[in-house]
Design a protein around this ligand. Structure first.
Ligand code: FAD
Length: 427
């Protein structure tokens, strides 16, 4: 892996103190070797440790180096495709289980923050903003759907009401989800890593898994050491590369970019987002934004298929920010960075087991802050022999990308262009 330090993000610049963690330099034996210290890996490690397993985590770079330490920080319920899509593609029992789980990740995050006293600027309240009447009708249906699965902290907002929570006249309405909200994502990951260590888990940084010797007792190799384990959990997501070719072939890393303004005055911050909710719009290629703990505007959007790093992120994202908030035209941008999420063709996560003892979860396709926390719980349950909820995910179909590794980028970009054109034209 080429990059081993954090990108120059606002999050890295405002990270809570964290210890230097050693690289793996010898041979270690443990119950579970987790590959990747993002939310998926850390959440799995925590649930396993809480249930008496011995756990070692291998991280190629640093805790939260991947999407978990760079994302928009928005706690968004459900999956990247909603439960109605799941209901149409699987049987009623499986759909019921997956629907019930769709709101659990947000609860897990809040439980973790409370139990381990994690300082990560948690704020309640997330807004889905509709740019068109069609998107508004979709939100109305989404509210009914989510309520059917017992989720009731929702409020539909008309054009006037949404202007009370976000100071732009771009939206025809929206939906407020009070169990959504936002966090400093890197500080959440660092707090979870500290919780792992407080329970006796060991995290090795700068320790990429380079090879997995499969078999009854798998061995995970790093450049200078190896871990013998009863189970391996692969949680490298968009940064995994080709360690597991069978996982790479059915997913595609994509980049999305974020900018952060200089700190705003209290008055300006309160005029933009008076209740301090986070906002994402309902476009296929969506904009997402919120205030940081120190009152900067953090604004993200755009997708680069195949995860090439764009040259000038500010020139891509700033115009989007100014379209929403023209009043910020004289505000300076202090940070700009890119991060990779993992897209699947169905936009639903891919969960499974390879052989008897290698487990994985990947591909939450852009919305993963809540899902990855749930995934950790579901993977830990499976390792404890309770696989019903794991199977509900594992039985979702996995599809390879059309065009294979060579053509998947242009094919998917073409599809995205089509959907964003539909958004622009309001279909
Ligand atoms: C810019 C951006 C904004 C986003 N905004 C939001 C948002 O606001 N809300 C939301 O819900 N979702 C958002 N997402 C998605 C969300 O961040 C991800 O779905 C989630 O963080 C994925 O967590 P993860 O642990 O699976 O993967 P990651 O956080 O990417 O972690 C994978 C880790 O594995 C390590 N690794 C990889 N290969 C190896 C190896 N061979 N050996 C050892 N370690 C390895 C990597 O270094 C990395 O640290 C965003 C994503 C990005 C990129």
């Amino acid at each position: 892996m080429a990059h081993t330090a954090y990108p120059q993000s606002y999050y890295a610049a405002s990270a809570n103190p964290t210890p230097q963690r050693p690289a793996l330099l010898d041979e270690v034996e443990t119950d579970v070797c987790v590959i990747g210290a993002g939310y998926t890996g850390l959440s799995t490690a925590l649930f396993l440790l809480e249930n008496g397993f011995k756990v070692a985590v291998l991280e190629a770079a640093k805790v939260g180096f991947g999407a978990s330490g760079r994302n928009g920080g928005q706690i968004v319920n459900s999956y990247s495709r909603d439960i109605d899509v799941i209901e149409r593609s699987v049987g009623p029992k499986q759909a019921q289980l997956l629907g019930q789980m769709a709101f659990e990740g947000a609860r897990i995050i809040r439980e973790r923050i409370a139990k381990y006293d994690i300082q990560c600027d948690l704020k309640d309240g997330g807004v889905f903003a509709a740019l068109t009447d069609k998107q508004m009708s979709h939100l109305e249906a989404q509210k009914k759907l989510w309520e059917r699965y017992g989720h009731n902290q929702l409020e539909l907002m008309d054009a006037r009401r949404i202007q009370e929570v976000v100071a732009t006249d771009n939206y025809v309405g929206g939906m407020l989800d009070m169990s959504g909200g936002h966090i400093h994502p890197l500080n959440l990951a660092l707090g979870e890593a500290a919780a792992v260590e407080s329970l006796g888990g060991v995290i090795y940084e700068q320790s990429p898994a380079t090879r997995i010797e499969r078999g009854a007792n798998p061995v995970v190799h790093t450049p200078q050491g190896r871990i013998k384990a009863k189970f391996v959990v692969v949680a490298g997501n968009a940064y995994l590369g080709n360690l597991m070719p069978e996982l790479a072939s059915k997913s595609m890393p994509c980049g999305t970019q974020v900018i952060t303004t200089e700190p705003l005055s209290d008055d300006v911050a309160a005029s933009l987002l008076p209740q301090d909710y986070c906002v994402e719009d309902c476009n296929y290629l969506l904009d997402y934004y919120r205030l940081s703990g120190d009152k900067r505007l953090i604004y993200g959007g755009g997708v680069v298929y195949g995860a090439r790093d764009p040259a000038n992120i500010e020139s891509i994202i700033r115009p989007k920010m100014l379209k929403t908030f023209p009043q910020l035209r004289d505000v300076k941008i202090d940070f700009a960075w890119t991060g990779n999420f993992l897209l699947t063709l169905s936009r639903l996560p891919q969960v499974g087991r390879i052989g008897d003892n290698i487990y994985y979860s990947q591909g939450c396709s852009g919305h993963g802050v809540t899902y990855t926390h749930l995934a950790g719980k579901v993977l830990a349950e499976a390792l404890r022999g309770q696989a019903e909820r794991f199977d509900a995910f594992a039985d979702l179909p996995h599809y390879p990308f059309p065009g294979g590794r060579l053509l998947r980028v242009p094919f998917t970009a073409m599809g995205a262009w089509y959907y964003s054109l539909r958004d622009k034209l309001g279909f």
